[in-house]
Design a protein around this ligand. Structure first.
Ligand code: IMP
Ligand code: MG
Length: 194
């Protein structure tokens, strides 16, 4: 994380144990999320039966989703991680996508499944797919937990999708606001609270 972002996030460190969830409304409960993940895992396990795909998670937001999803899969998978910086700590897209951590492995001739937490404008994913395609994988598909309803989205073909959600800024289940709230077991939204 860049220094200025960390500084902003430290401003949030006055969140207190008793009230840190205040003002966050539940959009998708823990139960609803877990049920969907089980369904997605069944489909993915079937589609990739006999294969050994590489799951490429986009950090940090996807870390909880991939952890839950992978443990419901019944096929062998390999993990790799990429980190991109697209937002800083703002709630509005900066329009800039920068790889801050690249893959550890070559994905040439491999089946790649990108695991994303949320698609907002779609810019990050659009960039990542192009970047990964250039490395000649055997196949490339996308699994995204959330797809936000925003106007003028970049087009991406999402083969495995969890939920379509309204155009709200959401937190929890890996998603942050200024690095906080990632550890909520549900997904909630915040409106004019920050
Ligand atoms: P995109 O490039 O506009 O699609 O933005 C994608 C990335 O922005 C996601 O992977 C998240 O890290 C972040 N992001 C977008 N919307 C939200 C949100 O509502 N809450 C938290 N992070 C978000
Ligand atoms: Mg983020």
């Amino acid at each position: 994380m860049e220094e200025n972002n960390l500084a902003k996030s430290n401003l949030k460190s006055n969140l207190q144990p008793k009230d840190w969830r205040n003002g966050i409304k539940v959009l998708l409960s823990e139960e609803v999320i877990q049920k969907k993940i089980k369904e997605l895992a069944e489909i993915i396990s079937k589609d990739y039966y006999g294969k050994n795909p590489i799951l490429v998670a986009v950090l940090k937001g996807s870390f909880i989703f991939i952890a839950d999803l992978c443990r419901k899969l019944t096929i062998p998978v390999i993990f790799d991680f990429m980190a991109v910086s697209s937002y800083g700590d703002s709630m509005v897209s900066s329009g800039v996508v920068r790889i801050t951590k690249d893959l550890d492995y070559s994905i040439e001739n491999k089946d790649v499944l990108i695991i994303e937490d949320i698609i907002d404008s779609g810019r990050t994913l659009n960039y990542l797919v192009k970047n990964i395609k250039a490395r000649n994988p055997k196949s490339i598909e996308i699994c995204a937990l959330l797809d936000k309803d925003v106007p003028g989205k970049f087009k991406n073909k999402i083969k495995y999708k969890g939920f379509d959600i309204p155009n709200k800024f959401v937190v929890g289940y890996g998603l942050d606001y200024a690095e906080n709230y990632r550890n909520l077991p549900y997904i909630g939204y915040i409106e004019n609270n920050f």
